[in-house]
Write a new protein. Sequence first.
Length: 230
Amino acid sequence: MVSLSAMVSGPFNFRTYVRKPQVLLRFASWVFSIIVFGCLTSARSELRGICPLGRDTNACNYGIAIGVIAFLVLMGLLFVDAIIDRLIDLNMKKRIILADLGFTALWTLLWFIGFCYMTNRWANTSKVGFNLLPGVTTNVNSALAFTFFSVLSWGALIFFGVRQYRESQNSNAQQQPGYDNYPNVGGTSGQVPQPPNLQTYQEPFHQQPPPATEEVKKAEEPPPYVPPNY
């Protein structure tokens, strides 16, 4: 199993980490999720298990569920933000950014649906019996307000996630090997660059025989023809 120290490079800078817009938005969204599911749970407890949103148990369960899941996932994403810029494996970094972007887009939609759903149920709820329990009204209003704030914060996270994905794409393109990184052997522009250490082919050397002299030529000539005497 590969350790975390082998997957990252460079030291961790806390000051740079806390100044990231994504970290600030995630922390704000983390706090909003605590307020949402905390207020809904408290309001239902004051009514002894009855959901104050028009007695619709599904409305309370929906708000509490998306709040708790967002709370847990955001803790993991805050840890990911601490190491994402120091990851050595660029393919893993790309997959993490895409997974983060997909989850962020999904949860933005779920927060928006939850805000519309719970606001509609609360608007159709009679407030007659809540005069004796002012804490219920305060908790419900707080849950609805911070549900709306969650829609905004998670929507802003989509923007920064897309920008982070584009930056990772650019860094991948810059590190791709190609002939553009080779030096221009020709020395002039417009010529096709060649890879380094390219050896040119040379014809093998064949030693030519020395030119023949006159004596050698005479020795090699056949003797003259002598006719026979009868």
